[in-house]
Write a protein that binds this ligand. Structure first.
Ligand SMILES: [Mg+2]
Length: 167
């Protein structure tokens, strides 16, 4: 089931360098928000995240927050703090938000990647949209029992990507 398999795996976003993404022809990096860029509930980016965004930008890679979070102020506040475009309530794994983001940024699926912590939203949606998919480990599962359950269900699917090439 290749639709559930990520193109690449990484422990966290900081393993993704602007240089490596540029080398692979990526110009747009779509990023899941919760548990990918920061843990749930962290309202604003810190300096480390801003420096990572700057490294991407220096290599011609635009960062774009693509979040399923339904509480509108959350993705907006965070993306504005990071000074990057965003789509909230994105509806991943459905693909319209992926294509809307690519159209807005003027790039093709071949020039686009998504990084996220969930197989059933980020990886599945990205594969359906024809972009490169990068699966990272959730930053923090604590605080919500539902997240453990969801993660447990995903484990066999995560293993499909475990042999994936490092970025
Ligand atoms: Mg997430």
């Amino acid at each position: 089931m290749p639709l559930f398999r990520a193109t690449h795996v990484a422990d966290n976003i900081y393993e993704l360098t602007g240089e490596a993404l540029q080398r692979r022809g990526i110009r747009l990096l779509l990023a899941d928000l919760d548990n990918t860029l920061v843990p749930y509930g962290v309202p604003l980016p810190d300096e480390k995240l801003k420096a990572w965004r700057d490294d991407l930008a220096a290599h011609g890679v635009a960062l774009f927050v693509l979040s399923n979070n339904r509480h509108e102020p959350r993705p907006r506040t965070f993306a504005q703090g990071l000074e990057v475009p965003y789509i909230g309530h994105a509806g991943k794994p459905k693909t319209p938000s992926f294509f809307k983001a690519m159209e807005q940024m003027g790039v093709t699926p071949q020039e686009t990647a998504i990084v996220g912590d969930q197989v059933f939203t980020d990886v599945l949606g990205g594969n359906r949209a024809g972009v490169t998919t990068i699966l990272v480990k959730p930053i923090r599962l604590a605080g919500n029992p539902g997240r453990y359950v969801r993660y447990a269900i995903e484990v066999p699917f995560r293993l499909l990507s475990a042999g994936g090439e490092k970025v």
